[in-house]
Design a protein around this ligand. Structure first.
Ligand SMILES: [Zn+2]
Length: 201
């Protein structure tokens, strides 16, 4: 990848002016096909009309990040004690309760289950057999920032299992997090999560 500096020149096709010389300048760039804006990124500006006409490869991570931020959070209604499990799992692995640790745990469990029919089956059993789900009302909500890839994996888990909907899958994942982390039944998982928690929090 060629790295450009601000002020460097290149060439690109401007929709209004044709083949033009461009100058790389930091600009706020609206992303095509979305309402997201990548702020302060290096972009190729047409030397005639001064519109942004190209985005160098080195700016692509910010475009991706801007699209990611645009994603709506996954919202599910859950009973309060499942939120309590997540808050305490966060403390167990990171020493503090942060929403980024909770996000990380949910996403990690979705990702690690989605291609594993055996694990999904176990997850369903945990959900069906848990006394924590007896006579409960989902009076609270959980909001997880999730990108499209993980959201599709969550849908896959639901499709390839007997879960009724995605909310049930999320609840089952929280119950599994309770077993593994809060009740410390999976020491290996604990060590792994503790080792990555610093980087996530
Ligand atoms: Zn132009």
């Amino acid at each position: 990848m060629k790295i450009y500096k601000e002020g460097d020149k290149s060439k690109a096709i401007c929709p209004d002016c044709g083949m033009v010389e461009t100058t790389f300048i930091t600009r706020d760039v609206p992303i095509k096909g979305s309402s997201a804006i990548a702020k302060n990124i290096l972009a190729g500006v047409c030397s005639i009309c001064e519109k942004v006409v190209s985005v160098p490869q080195q700016s692509a991570p910010y475009v991706k990040e801007a699209l990611h931020k645009e994603k709506k959070p996954l919202e599910v209604r859950i009973p309060q004690h499942l939120n309590d499990i997540l808050a305490n799992a966060s403390i167990k692995i990171g020493g503090e309760y942060t929403s980024s640790l909770v996000n990380f745990l949910i996403k990690y469990y979705i990702h690690s289950h989605h291609n594993d029919p055996k694990a999904i089956n176990k997850l369903l059993k945990v959900y069906e057999n848990s006394a924590l789900m007896d006579n409960v009302k989902s009076t609270n909500r959980l909001s997880v920032k999730i990108d499209e890839k993980i959201l599709n994996e969550l849908k896959d888990i639901r499709i390839y299992s007997n879960f009724k909907n995605e909310t049930e899958v999320v609840k089952a994942i929280v119950l599994k997090i309770n077993d593994d982390i809060v009740q410390e039944k999976d020491k290996k998982a604990m060590l792994f999560f503790q080792s990555v928690a610093l980087a996530v929090a």
